[in-house]
Design a protein around this ligand. Sequence first.
Ligand code: NAD
Ligand code: UD1
Length: 345
Amino acid sequence: MNILITGGAGYIGTHTLVELNNAGYEFIVYDNLSNSSQASIKAVEKIINKDVIFQEGDIRDKEALKKLFSKYNIDSVIHFAGLKAVGESVSTPLEYYNNNVYGTLCLLEVMKEFDCKKIVFSSSATVYNEIDSKNYIPLTENNPIGNTTNPYGTSKFMVERVLKDLYISDNSFKIAILRYFNPVGAHESGLIGEDPSGIPNNLMPYISQVAVAKREYLNVFGDDYDTHDGTGVRDYIHVLDLADAHVKALNYLDLMANNNVPLIVNIGTGIGYSVLDIIKAYEKASNKKIPYKIVNRRLGDISKCYANPTYAKEILNWEAKRTLEQMCIDSWRWQKNNPNGYKKG
Ligand code: NAD
Ligand code: UD1
């Protein structure tokens, strides 16, 4: 029995391959390499000391997917493939809906045709409404969703709806929707990690590039939020803890009876750290000074967002184990060993 990992060459995908291998699962990676390269797969092979079956291709190419499903006995899918840059999604919404929504429809149609009915989907905390209202923090899964503010977030919301409707039409589908908070860190080998192209949008990769002197200083987006030090607070989660949640979700689906509504679960630590907390922790881990300037708030940002992770513990027996210190140490090791990511030189 094989698991198909769409988007498996990417940041979260590669770390999940390692955890799946540790848990004894067999898998096939399918990725169009639009935001990754096969170098990440080579690095995974080094870590697990085993060849990885990799097929380059797009989830929107149904013929290629059908060939894959005909060739391998695919029992379940972990679906990471998609575009993820919030700002970019505002300028190219059609590309985002095409990749993330239409792409998922293609995948689900082929899965249905081949009677493959187990899927774990990468959703995001970004689907929640009105996060800034104090009443909603920490976020539980039954908070209202859907009042999204950008096409990326809307695409995640739309796919969640598609999956719920698919289950209503056919209750032998077994579906897990994981709502990730802020994944950071890297595998402790320093061989795989986050490799953003261009200027990083997210905090941790930006700080890493400042630490390695690729960038001069960090812009801190606002220090007048209603938080303990005025800077934005988020729920940072080590990518290996996140990867482990996928293994647990898959186990859960394997044991799940038919007629079970989709599992929807927050994957976060439940702890909120501010931008200044992260700078301090990163400085300690790297022994480097992180120069920063306070600038205006970033458009669309909220003051704080962190999970209530109780349901994940209850239903999946999963909880995040790694500390902020570990996240920074691992992120720094990856950055220091690979200042240009997977690109040589
Ligand atoms: P990533 O960009 O590193 O990985 C995504 C992979 O999908 C890439 O390797 C890319 O080449 C591939 N891909 C994109 N479009 C494809 C297509 N049409 N067909 C085949 N392959 C395609 O991103 P990531 O951080 O690993 O995120 C994985 C998933 O988790 C995404 O769906 C993302 O939206 C979601 N997510 C990520 C975060 C985060 O902060 N990283 C937070 C919440 C949710
Ligand atoms: C981003 C995405 C969100 C996604 C989440 C998970 C945006 C607007 N939102 O949110 O959809 O689900 O990642 O990965 O991109 N910060 C700085 N300086 C920087 C970068 C960030 O001060 O150069 C601050 C931000 O204001 C925020 C915190 O750091 O307070 C975290 O930012 P970021 O890493 O971009 O994540 P999110 O804003 O949570």
